[in-house]
Design a protein around this ligand. Structure first.
Ligand SMILES: Nc1ncnc2c1ncn2[C@@H]1O[C@H](COP(=O)(O)OP(=O)(O)OP(=O)(O)O)[C@@H](O)[C@H]1O
Length: 238
């Protein structure tokens, strides 16, 4: 579970995130959406401890990221699609990451298999397609077998088979009881993956509701557009 209480982030005069109070629940895929500049990336960076809040707090399973005794086992993340060094092989990249995270090297073989990369484990990352690089990032997030997974735009660059794969993976992780938070601009895809949707606008919470609440008069995109243009209000789930 991810819990945000009055979470706020300012950059000088810019309020990137404004008093966000929200719980991301386990056993479900939650989609995080909103216009450019809404504060989505800021939220993800605060959750994984890459940034510190200027107000409020965010905890993962009740503990701030910096205080987690075994962070990789609690929270996995894939935020930056080009984070691996292009000269390293997929396996050596993941082995280095596993060492850094204090994860058994045996997990590398497991996550390579789970992300469909076993056959290209010895190829240099620089030769990977965007879709393969996405899979590698997700493999890194899964290394610690975490209870909570946070992914930024994981579907970008994936081909049809890759999209079907990630849909199955995220649904399976949620069915295992994990907390899965996915940020994406691809609303049609999110409609097929998410159980619950959180909408941010200008750093504020606009909606926090089951997917079904957005689908009453059309697609998620229809519901989202009505919401951000102020034509419809959504019930906020406590
Ligand atoms: N390091 C920073 N310094 C100054 N302003 C920042 C910084 N990081 C983010 N911001 C501002 O905070 C606001 C929220 O940005 P954020 O990147 O979280 O939005 P986003 O919802 O992820 O947008 P996008 O969909 O374009 O990725 C924006 O106005 C952005 O310009």
């Amino acid at each position: 579970m991810i819990r945000m209480e009055h979470l706020t982030k300012r950059h000088g005069d810019v309020v990137a995130l404004d008093d966000l109070t929200l719980t991301i629940r386990p056993g479900a895929v939650t989609g995080l959406i909103g216009p450019n500049g809404a504060g989505k990336t800021t939220t993800l960076r605060l959750i994984v401890g890459l940034d510190t809040p200027t107000g409020g707090a965010v905890t993962v399973d009740g503990v701030r990221y910096a205080d987690l005794p075994h962070p990789a086992q609690t929270l996995g993340a894939h935020l930056d699609v080009r984070s691996a060094h292009p000269g390293r092989t997929a396996r050596s990249h993941l082995l280095g990451l596993a060492r850094h995270l204090g994860v058994e090297p045996e997990r590398v073989t497991e996550v390579l298999a789970r992300t469909g990369l076993a056959g290209v484990a010895r190829r240099r990352v620089g030769t990977f397609s965007l879709g393969m690089t996405q899979r590698l990032g997700i493999a890194g997030g899964l290394l610690g077998d975490p209870e909570v997974l946070v992914l930024d735009e994981p579907v970008n660059g994936l081909d049809t088979e890759g999209v079907r794969w990630i849909r199955g993976l995220l649904r399976a992780l949620a069915a295992e009881g994990r907390t899965v938070l996915v940020c994406s601009h691809l609303l049609a895809e999110l409609e097929r993956i998410a159980d619950h949707v959180v909408v941010l606008g200008r750093g504020r919470l606009l909606a926090d509701a089951p997917l079904a609440a957005f689908l009453q008069n059309g697609t998620l995109e229809d519901g989202y557009v009505r919401l951000v243009t102020g034509h419809e209000e959504f019930r906020t789930v406590a």
